[in-house]
Design a protein around this ligand. Structure first.
Ligand SMILES: Nc1ncnc2c1ncn2[C@@H]1O[C@H](COP(=O)(O)OP(=O)(O)O)[C@@H](O)[C@H]1O
Ligand SMILES: [Mg+2]
Length: 248
């Protein structure tokens, strides 16, 4: 199976601090891959380096065989490498459906012509599919302010999906959610490969990642200290030490 994302030897320095040290990993098409590690381990730095928000000192980022190491952020998102931010960025005065519609990719010549004859037909079909996949249809006409925190997180996920990303990068998507809301979000993340979106999800909370991922990588002080299926990671002594060592 050829890799969708192939990262090799990625090293990032923040001044004198080595935030990422020689990190290599791959994500195959259709996979949900997790990256866990204690606070300060370098997880957000890794997403920043993948999306072009921070420049690596060494290493490479290949996406669908293309070298994107030095590409600007917009070029990466056009290539299908898309991130979410911790702030949900929802429009409170727009319905859930309209929040997805306004996030849809910029119009093309063809969509402008079809919109002229069939207003919004193109985006509506696309948006409808995402609302359906994420079980958002029953609340599609509500405002974000009328929803639970868990539901708002699912809407934010829907917004990230309207551009049909090939790989979605999620930075602590369950931050601020209670355990049952986390479980519901997790279950929906599992569905994304069905619509052609692979996932790289980052969190410090092991339970989210171990429950949803095909493969898990563990980062500690900027280095990968373990990689493998969730069952192996759960009992890995190095991983347990990384977490216990920093719990204070
Ligand atoms: N812009 C920055 N300038 C200097 N140091 C930074 C910057 N961003 C992150 N760091 C440092 O890099 C390390 C990794 O941070 P980060 O990637 O945010 O970790 P995580 O997301 O795993 O909590 C931390 O020691 C953090 O303090
Ligand atoms: Mg972070």
């Amino acid at each position: 199976m050829s890799a969708l994302l192939e990262v090799g030897g990625l090293t990032v320095k923040h001044g004198g601090l080595i935030a990422l040290d020689d990190v290599s990993l791959t994500v195959a098409e259709g996979q949900v891959v997790g990256l866990i590690g204690p606070n300060g381990a370098g997880k957000t730095t890794f997403i920043d380096a993948l999306t072009g928000f921070t420049a690596p000192a060494r290493g490479h980022v290949h996406f669908e065989g293309r070298d994107l190491t030095d590409a600007p952020p917009h070029e990466r998102s056009l290539a299908g490498l898309v991130r979410t931010f911790q702030s949900l960025e929802l429009f409170d005065d727009l319905s859930v459906r309209d929040n997805l519609l306004v996030a849809a990719h910029p119009p093309t010549l063809w969509s402008t012509i079809t919109d002229l004859f069939w207003p919004k037909s193109h985006d509506s079909a696309e948006t409808h599919g995402i609302l359906e996949l994420l079980d958002l249809l029953p609340i599609a006409d509500r405002l974000p302010t009328e929803l639970s925190n868990g539901e708002r997180h699912v809407v934010a996920l829907g917004r990230a999906l309207v551009s049909s990303p090939k790989l979605l990068l999620l930075d602590e998507p369950a931050a601020g959610l209670d355990p049952s809301e986390t479980a519901e979000l997790t279950e929906r993340l599992r569905r994304l490969p069905e619509i052609g979106t692979s996932v790289l999800v980052v969190d410090h909370d092991m339970s989210l990642i171990l429950g949803v991922c095909d493969e898990v990588h563990v980062l500690d002080f900027g280095r990968l200290v373990a990689s493998g299926p969730p069952e192996a990671i759960r009992t890995d002594p190095t991983v347990i030490a990384a977490y216990l060592g920093r719990s204070a």
